[in-house]
Design a protein. Structure first.
Length: 212
């Protein structure tokens, strides 16, 4: 394909973003709890080439972000509700896998809260009756219903304005993107601050040593 000025501009934007976030990382504290939670979101036919939607999801242990994903769905769906439902499946599957792994280490999770901004997708998941309008959704997605009925997971509605996973499903304005980044990680910690603290600690040590 022939490169254009537009392509060059987009590449420069990527490098500009990387330069501006080179010192940004995740900060994991010891006292933020160990409850397993998840959140899920999706766009609708965001890919204009394939008309497929994008799933976004994240899992937390306490306030610590430990797993996240942004992936194009493997099939074309007919509505935003189906897109949200497919994304909800992926999020629940990941959370249940993590639950299984952590159980081997002695941790127990009775009900895993999963947050979603689609009331319709939650209604489908919690309704034991399969309606005709959902029959064309692959059967494997309906394992969510089984886990809801067993009490393994609990689904909660969250307003779109408070849905963190928007960052994984669509291009956002810079202000909103930066806002979600700082909310998502809960404790985004700049590595330069660690360097400052380390240098300060070393300076205090040298100062105290010189007084001895």
């Amino acid at each position: 394909a022939k490169l254009t000025e537009k392509h060059l501009k987009e590449v420069k934007r990527i490098f500009h973003y990387l330069r501006g976030t080179v010192n940004t990382g995740l900060w994991y504290t010891k006292d933020s709890g160990f409850e397993l939670t998840g959140s899920s979101d999706a766009d609708y036919v965001g890919c204009k080439d394939t008309f497929k939607s994008t799933s976004g999801g994240a899992q937390f242990l306490g306030e610590k972000l430990v797993s996240w994903s942004s992936k194009k769905q493997d099939r074309t769906v007919l509505s935003i509700v189906e897109a949200e439902y497919v994304s909800l499946f992926a999020c629940c599957a990941q959370a249940l896998w993590m639950r299984t792994q952590l159980t081997d280490y002695g941790f127990q999770f009775k009900k895993i809260p999963i947050y979603c901004d689609s009331e319709s997708a939650i209604a489908i998941s919690c309704n034991p009756v399969q309606h005709s309008r959902t029959k064309h959704i692959t059967v494997r997605y309906h394992f969510i219903k089984e886990n809801v009925e067993k009490g393994t997971i609990e689904l909660y509605f969250v307003k779109t304005d408070y849905q963190l996973d928007n960052i994984f499903t669509k291009a956002l304005p810079a202000d909103q993107f930066n806002y979600l980044v700082h909310r998502f990680v809960c404790a985004v910690y700049l590595l330069r601050n660690l360097i400052v603290l380390q240098n300060l600690s070393n300076s205090l040590y040298i100062f105290q040593k010189s007084k001895i």
